[in-house]
Design a protein around this ligand. Structure first.
Ligand code: S3P
Length: 438
C-alpha cells in the first residue's frame, strides 16, 4: 500500500529525540486532523459493505494505517483520490488473508478486528508490536467465546489465531466501560444468529453505534445497553471529523501558556467522548464552542481557548470513559491549577500503550510537578512552577510524548524528549501544528 503523498515517516524506527523550549504564547487558528477512533471504524465498516465507500478526511496516524492494511489483506482495494479522500472497494471482501495480520501498536485495530474475524468462515493469524503483545485481550476473547468463537492463544495475548466459527447472539454485562469491548461485540453481532446485547456500567464512546445507524444496521440503544441483530452494512460516504483527543493537547497548551489565544477548527464534540470540555470548564478555563454542526452523524464545533487561571478539580466515575485518553494531558493542566486535583476510577489507564499512571507520575515529577500515584489514578498539587532541565522518556506511547511536550512549553529551562517519533501513532502532524501557533 502506498498512502497518497504522505510526508510523515510513519512506521520508521528512527529515533527522533527533540528539545522543547518555553513558549511565550500560542496564537492562531489550526484545523485538527481526523479522529483516530472514527477512522478505524470507517475503514473496518467499509470493508463489510460489499460495496464502495468514500472516506473523506481520514487519520494518517500509524494505527489507522495498520487497520487500512488489514482491510486490504481481507480483500478490499484502496484507491487514494487525493490527500484527504480515499475509496475502499469491498466488492470482493471479506476473504481469507494469505499472510498474518499485523496490528502494529493498535489496541483498537486488534479488538475490533477480533469481532469481525470471529464470525467468518476462514482462520487467520494476528500479531502486533512489543507493547501490543503485552496488552490484555481476555476482555474481548471471553465474551466472543461465549458467542461460539474459537481462538488459539497464549494467556489471552497476541500473537493469536482466530478460527472462524458460527456465532450466536448473547446478552453480555460488561464489567468495563470500554468502547473497544462494546464495538467488538457489536461487530460480531452483525454476523451472529439472533440478538447480541451489551450492557456497560457507564456509557463509553458511541462512534460504532452512530456509524452502524448511518450504515443501516439493525441496532437500538437503550440507556447503557446496545442491542444488535444480524445485519448487512450498506455502502455510504463517510466524512471523519477532527480528533478531540488530539485537540486536547492544544486546548490545554493554550489554557496554561500565558498570552495564548487559539481556535481549533472541526473538532468532534460527541458527549460520550468530550469529557475534557466539561473538565476544562469546571477548572475555570476560558473555552468557547463556536459554529456547532453535525458531520456524518457526529457533533462538531470549532473550539476557542485562551490562557486561563485554572483551579483544581476531581475527576471520577462516569466521566472517566469519556476522557480516558486525555488523562495524561489533564494531569499537565492540573500542575498549573490552584489546589488539589484528584483523578480516580481510572485503573484501566495502566493497560494502555504504557502504564499511563506510572508514566505520568514519573515524568511530570522529573519536571518539578507535585504528583502522587494511586492504584486507580493521580493526585496533583498546583500551582507548581515546572523547572525542566531534564530528559524525558515517552514509554513508546504517543500520548505520553505529546503530554510531556506540552509540559515542556511551560518549563523554565528546556527539556529533551527521547524517541518522540512515537507521536506518529496517532498524530504525525503534531509538531507542524504546534509550530504554526508559536
Ligand atoms: C477506543 C476506546 C478506548 C480508547 C482508545 C480508543 C476506541 O479504549 O482508550 O484509545 O476507539 O474504541 P477502551 O475501550 O479500552 O477504553
Amino acid at each position: 500500500m502506498k498512502p497518497f503523498a504522505n510526508k510523515y515517516n510513519l512506521l520508521s524506527n528512527k529515533n527522533m529525540d527533540i528539545k522543547v523550549e518555553k513558549s511565550n504564547g500560542l496564537t492562531g487558528t489550526i484545523e485538527i486532523p481526523a479522529d483516530k477512533s472514527i477512522t478505524h471504524r470507517a475503514f473496518m465498516f467499509a470493508a463489510l459493505t460489499k460495496g464502495r465507500v468514500k472516506v473523506t478526511n481520514y487519520s494518517k496516524g500509524a494505527d489507522c494505517m495498520s487497520t487500512l492494511k488489514i482491510v486490504q489483506q481481507l480483500g478490499c482495494s484502496v484507491e487514494f483520490l487525493n490527500e484527504k479522500e480515499l475509496i475502499i472497494d469491498a466488492t470482493n471482501a471479506l476473504k481469507e488473508p494469505t499472510e498474518a495480520l499485523d496490528c502494529g501498536n493498535s489496541g483498537t485495530t486488534t479488538r475490533l478486528m477480533l469481532g469481525i474475524l470471529a464470525g467468518q468462515d476462514f482462520d487467520c493469524k494476528m500479531h502486533g508490536d512489543e507493547s501490543l503483545s503485552k496488552r490484555p485481550m481476555k476482555r474481548v476473547i471471553s465474551p466472543l467465546e461465549q458467542m461460539g468463537a474459537n481462538f488459539a492463544h497464549n494467556d489471552f495475548k497476541l500473537p493469536l489465531t482466530v478460527k472462524g466459527a458460527h456465532l450466536k447472539g448473547i446478552k453480555y454485562n460488561s464489567p468495563l466501560a470500554s468502547a473497544q469491548v462494546k464495538s467488538c461485540l457489536l461487530l460480531a453481532g452483525l454476523f451472529a444468529e439472533g440478538t447480541t446485547s451489551i450492557t456497560e456500567p457507564y456509557k463509553s464512546r458511541n462512534h460504532t453505534e452512530l456509524m452502524f445507524e448511518y450504515m443501516g444496521a439493525d441496532i437500538n440503544v437503550d440507556g447503557n445497553t446496545v442491542n444488535i441483530n444480524k445485519s448487512q452494512l450498506s455502502p455510504c460516504d463517510i466524512t471523519v471529523c477532527g480528533d478531540i483527543s488530539s485537540a486536547a493537547f492544544f486546548m490545554i497548551a493554550a489554557a496554561i501558556i500565558p498570552n495564548s489565544n487559539i481556535i481549533i477548527k472541526n473538532v468532534g464534540i460527541n458527549e460520550t467522548r468530550a469529557g475534557i470540555i466539561e473538565v476544562l470548564k469546571d477548572m475555570n478555563a476560558n473555552i468557547a464552542l463556536l459554529n456547532e454542526r453535525i458531520i456524518s452523524g457526529e457533533k462538531v464545533a470549532d473550539i476557542q481557548v485562551k490562557y486561563s487561571n485554572l483551579k483544581a478539580t476531581t475527576i471520577e466515575g462516569e466521566i472517566i470513559p469519556r476522557l480516558i485518553d486525555e488523562i495524561p494531558i489533564i494531569a499537565v493542566a492540573a500542575t498549573q491549577a490552584e489546589g488539589t486535583t484528584v483523578i480516580k476510577d481510572a485503573q484501566d489507564l495502566r493497560n494502555k500503550e504504557a502504564d499511563r499512571i506510572t508514566a505520568v507520575k514519573v515524568e511530570l515529577e522529573k519536571l518539578g510537578a507535585n504528583i502522587e500515584e494511586t492504584p486507580d489514578g493521580l493526585i496533583i498539587q498546583g500551582k507548581t512552577e515546572l523547572t525542566g532541565d531534564c530528559e524525558i522518556e515517552c514509554y513508546h506511547d504517543h500520548r505520553i510524548a505529546m503530554s510531556t511536550y506540552v509540559a515542556g512549553l511551560i518549563c523554565k529551562k528546556p527539556i529533551k524528549i527521547n524517541e518522540f517519533q512515537w507521536v506518529n501513532i496517532s498524530f504525525p502532524e503534531f509538531l507542524d501544528l504546534i509550530n504554526e501557533l508559536k
